[in-house]
Design a protein around this ligand. Structure first.
Ligand SMILES: *[C@@H]1O[C@H](CO)[C@@H](O)[C@H](O)[C@H]1NC(C)=O
Ligand SMILES: *[C@@H]1O[C@H](CO)[C@@H](O)[C@H](O)[C@H]1NC(C)=O
Ligand SMILES: *[C@@H]1O[C@H](CO)[C@@H](O)[C@H](O)[C@H]1NC(C)=O
Ligand SMILES: *[C@@H]1O[C@H](CO)[C@@H](O)[C@H](O)[C@H]1NC(C)=O
Length: 456
């Protein structure tokens, strides 16, 4: 081989390797900033297969990167109190704790709000979807985006609107705010669990087991860098969380990212998988069924196709855009990902040891701005549903015969209907007495009284 060929080849390999380098920020469960999921099925999304066109799509999105909630922030403060009142004798990888200060400069303004990295993720998502689906929106026409009624979620929708519709967003986009707590909404919202009195998100039985397996060896390894024995396993369990939050809040990699080894971070990541799998995921019983009404509403839209007009309960007509975008929270994104079919037949996650080869990985499902997308594709004369989690195509094991791993539309609709039938009615599952279940979905009912409109 000629030497310049070899040089070119080596350059190729080194750039390939560095672009796929293991990145701690992509293994933090729900606590990391957004990244595109790996193409685990080698299906080359998000571009559609060459003979297909996406004529309609629904993106259900978690709010963008954010500042900590009050509870998490008080944990940071107690850790700081501890490390600053210790003799400040940390060494090695823990030396930074001798001078560490929590990174919130304006806690009163920032707590619980979308962060600046969040602004970036959301406007980028807006621009990305406009570029991805150029035929689904004409400039300066009306566009609707939905948000669960919660400040950072509404703000996420508003930021998205600017990236999507551009400088005239505040004139042409309306953000429909869905109040999931209004009794009349019942399950007809972006957070149905709010009105399910039997809903419990509790994975502690499993996470406690794993915490006792994976954390003590890390504490033991780090003990020599903490001669005053200040840190506990509880403190250490916050380190990857702080890695994710501090990095996106400051825009600079946090020193907490360098404490755990790659193997230790992977164990932390598994801990996040257990938290979601048993909390409100595939093996959480009732909790995992909470987003079925939203899945039903989305599949109804895809079944009807783009451009259909609907009369509201009081007669107001509404025509959803072919691109439907709605914002909510991590729990809801995980609940939805767990019922769309892509984790059907997934082996159970053992609490005492990591399950290798699993494809249920919370980092790839609900990072900040995590997204479940369902597309209606037309390929020749046939119509298909294709599912993407954070831009990576996932397949439904029992229905993936379509182009690019998609499922024929009618079969997908049947699959969803069967799932809903098996789960039983939401009211019965939740022992709810108020609200009615059979109404039109908030996506099409312009008269739903638990929906209000704000400008982006
Ligand atoms: C800070 O630490 C001291 C002990 O070092 C403790 O007495 C105090 O309650 C702590 N304060 C907070 C807010 O955690
Ligand atoms: C924004 O709206 C104004 C008034 O309708 C229009 O003249 C202008 O071209 C629009 N800007 C863009 C970028 O579409
Ligand atoms: C919607 O309402 C209008 C009159 O208000 C009626 O003409 C039309 O048929 C209705 N469409 C549907 C789909 O019900
Ligand atoms: C369901 O609700 C009824 C009254 O609203 C109550 O008596 C009953 O205990 C509830 N069942 C469960 C399982 O919570």
């Amino acid at each position: 081989m000629k030497s310049h060929h070899l040089v070119a080849l080596l350059a190729f390999f080194s750039s390939t390797v560095s672009s796929e380098e293991w990145n701690v920020l992509q293994h933090l469960g729900a606590n990391g900033q957004w990244f595109p999921g790996p193409d685990i099925y080698n299906l080359h999304g998000p571009a559609p297969p060459s003979n297909c066109i996406v004529e309609q799509a629904a993106y259900i999105v978690r709010h963008g990167s954010r500042y900590p909630d009050p509870g998490a922030y008080s944990q940071w403060l107690s850790l700081h109190n501890k490390t600053s009142s210790a003799s400040r004798s940390f060494t090695g990888p823990l030396s930074f704790l001798n001078t560490w200060e929590p990174v919130l400069t304006y806690p009163a303004d920032d707590i619980a709000q979308v962060s600046v990295t969040g602004y970036q993720e959301l406007t980028t998502l807006g621009a990305t979807l406009r570029l991805r689906y150029p035929r689904l929106y004409a400039p300066n026409t009306k566009f609707t985006v939905w948000a669960n009624k919660y400040q950072r979620v509404i703000d996420s929708a508003r930021l998205f609107a600017h990236g999507y519709a551009g400088p005239n967003a505040s004139a042409v986009v309306e953000v429909k705010v869905v109040d999931a707590d209004k009794p009349s909404a019942l399950a007809n919202s972006l957070a149905p669990s709010n009105l399910c009195q039997l809903y419990v998100d509790d994975s502690s039985a499993e996470t406690d087991v794993w915490d006792n397996v994976y954390l003590p060896p890390i504490l033991k390894r780090l003990r020599r860098y903490d001669p005053a024995s200040v840190l506990t396993t509880d403190d250490l369990s916050l380190f990857p969380y702080l890695c994710g939050f501090e990095t996106q809040i400051t825009g600079t990699r946090s020193p907490f990212c360098a404490v755990f080894t790659k193997q230790e971070i992977e164990k932390y990541e598994y801990r996040q998988d257990l938290r979601y799998w048993y909390g409100n995921g595939p093996e959480s019983g009732l909790a995992g069924t909470m987003m079925l009404p939203v899945l039903k509403a989305v599949t109804e839209l895809l079944e009807d196709g783009p451009g259909v007009s609907y009369n509201g309960t009081k007669g107001t007509e509404f025509t959803p855009n072919p691109l439907v975008v709605a914002f909510t929270h991590d729990g809801q994104i995980n609940q939805l990902a767990s019922v769309v079919g892509v984790f059907d037949g997934h082996p159970t996650l053992p609490a005492g040891k990591m399950l290798d080869g699993r494809w249920y990985v919370s980092s790839r499902i609900t990072p900040m701005r995590g997204t479940v997308a369902l597309e209606r594709m037309v390929c020749g004369k046939e119509r298909y549903v294709r599912i993407l989690l954070n831009d990576a195509v996932y397949t439904v094991p029992s229905c993936k015969s379509g182009p690019g791993g998609s499922c024929p539309l009618e079969r997908y609709v049947k699959l969803v209907d069967k799932r809903i039938e098996a789960a039983g009615s939401f009211s019965k599952r939740c022992n709810a007495t108020e609200g009615e279940e059979s109404g039109k979905s908030f996506f099409v009912d312009a008269d739903a009284e638990w929906v209000s409109v704000v400008k982006p």
